[in-house]
Design a protein around this ligand. Structure first.
Ligand code: FHN
Length: 473
């Protein structure tokens, strides 16, 4: 009652404060609306979650990245107890039926004193690559960073005792390259994962009753370490998802877990069960993951609206094998790069460094040559989209608004480059290598075919790029 009286007594003075209150409320409203707008428009603060297109933008523009498979398997380098073990080098533990008790001591021999993060990143950058995907952990379970949930890592178990992921993370930031991690869901070393399946670690029928414990207490905490201590990362590139114990709901959960730690991160489709074998594309949009992962192959055509990345070795192994000399030629690799871009995909090209920490010379030479071509012709790869033209008899085509880039692999000897399927008006044509952009003549041959007058000799016998400035329809 007393309180009520006091309230009434105070009524008058409260009333006189009304004007002030209205002013304060109005001011608050203005600030709130301004704040909301900022959040919605994502001004600097980046509070608004990015759309998928925004998130994928750098990756779609990049088109070319370096894959690095590096771990303990570089020590045996394809040979175990004097015998060459067939198959890819990083699978030697599985293919050579090596028990953990014999594989684990390789840590003592892993001392890559020639490792130089600056050099590795420079090699990638000079090749025209925009991102690096390195194996934080491959199927053998060995970790290339100082993980807090295991001693089976480069700091605790090897004489090297340097955190190579930390060094790479710093160097990538310096040189403007996106750092990304490949991380195996399968783990042949962990007792709650596939270790008990020895000698067939990859046995697709076996299950580990403790697998959930591995996911909760090991896999997820490790990913948290990688994202929080080495990020922001470009991509998390999962693999080894085909094991019996991994399910699509687990894949979706892991996808959400990783995105909650770094919302703008990109995640491949091997996080779940969606990929169609080595063809790599997802069975449907229902499955988790941002992009498809064809392996050692290039899809026959591009797929509208689908992001994908072909990963490929330069020889026949991902992890280093001292006797694998079956190197693809620079010409082949350059054609593959243009082929992939012409279908709207990315090219993730692998190197397998030695146990000393060196990228093999054969890889360095090829990457340097690719880099030379990219310095002149990068514009025809970066930020391009798939060709709007059908199959071309002499090469490939990439596109940007108002521009077509004709990648001529087989240079016509009669000085005439016919472009079938082109109805658009062509305003100008020139060679991309020509800094002066000297106009070359174009003649319309039919409603949907033009012919470009080109020099009789190919300026670049591997791939000369002719630019057509066109009127977009
Ligand atoms: O088993 C791996 C293999 O070792 C390598 O890492 C490649 C790269 O994409 N992926 C797996 C097989 O699909």
């Amino acid at each position: 009652m007393e309180n009520k009286k006091n309230q009434l007594r105070n009524y008058d003075s409260t009333c006189t404060d009304w004007t002030n209150a209205v002013i304060i409320i109005a001011a608050l409203c203005i600030f709130t609306i301004a704040g909301c707008l900022q959040e919605e428009t994502g001004l600097h603060g980046q509070k608004r979650p990015m759309s998928k297109d925004e998130r994928m933008k750098w990756w779609r523009d990049a088109r070319f990245g370096m894959f690095i498979h590096w771990g303990l398997y570089a020590v045996p380098a394809g040979e175990w107890k004097g015998k060459r073990i067939p198959g890819i080098g990083e699978w030697i533990m599985e293919r050579g039926d090596i028990p953990v008790s014999e594989y684990e001591p390789l840590t003592k021999k892993f001392n890559p004193v020639k490792f130089n993060a600056n050099e590795w990143v420079r090699i990638a950058k000079n090749a025209g690559m925009k991102y690096i995907v390195i194996t934080s952990k491959h199927h053998d379970g060995f970790c290339l960073w100082d993980s807090k949930v295991t001693d089976y890592d480069i700091i605790d178990a090897t004489p090297f005792k340097r955190d190579v992921l930390k060094e790479l993370s710093k160097e990538c930031k310096k040189q403007g390259i996106k750092l990304c991690f490949y991380h195996s869901i399968m783990d042949w070393h962990h007792p709650d994962a596939q270790r008990p399946f020895y000698p067939n670690y990859n046995d697709g029928k076996k299950s580990n009753p403790n697998f959930a414990r591995y996911v909760d207490n090991y896999l997820k905490p490790q990913l948290k370490e990688l994202i929080t201590n080495y990020g922001p990362l470009g991509v998390l590139w999962f693999d080894g998802e085909w094991i019996k114990d991994w399910t699509e709901p687990q894949g979706k959960d892991l996808y959400n877990y990783v995105r909650a730690l770094q919302p703008n991160i990109i995640i491949n489709n091997r996080v779940g069960k969606g990929r169609k074998g080595m063809e790599g594309l997802s069975k449907s949009e229902e499955y988790a993951g941002d992009f498809g992962t064809p392996e050692q192959q290039i899809p026959a055509t591009g797929l509208p609206g689908v992001d994908w990345e072909s990963c490929m070795t330069m020889n026949d192994t991902w992890g280093y094998k001292y006797y694998d000399h079956n190197w693809k030629s620079t010409e082949d690799l350059l054609h593959k790069l243009a082929d992939i871009a012409s279908k709207g995909g990315n090219f993730l090209l692998n190197v397998g460094p030695t146990a000393e920490g060196l990228i093999p010379d054969a890889s360095i030479e090829r990457l340097a040559a690719i880099g030379e071509w990219m310095k002149v012709n990068g514009e025809s790869i970066y930020g391009t989209t798939a060709s709007p033209l059908g199959k071309l008899p002499w090469g490939r085509c990439t596109a940007k608004p108002g521009k077509l880039y004709l990648h001529v692999f087989d240079w016509p000897t009669d000085g005439k480059l016919e472009v079938p399927g082109l109805k658009n008006q062509v305003n100008k044509a020139y060679l991309l290598a020509d800094k002066k952009r000297t106009k070359i003549s174009v003649r319309r041959e039919s409603k949907d075919k033009i012919a470009v007058r080109i020099p009789r000799e190919a300026p670049d016998v591997v791939n000369t790029v002719v630019v057509l400035e066109i009127k977009d329809k």
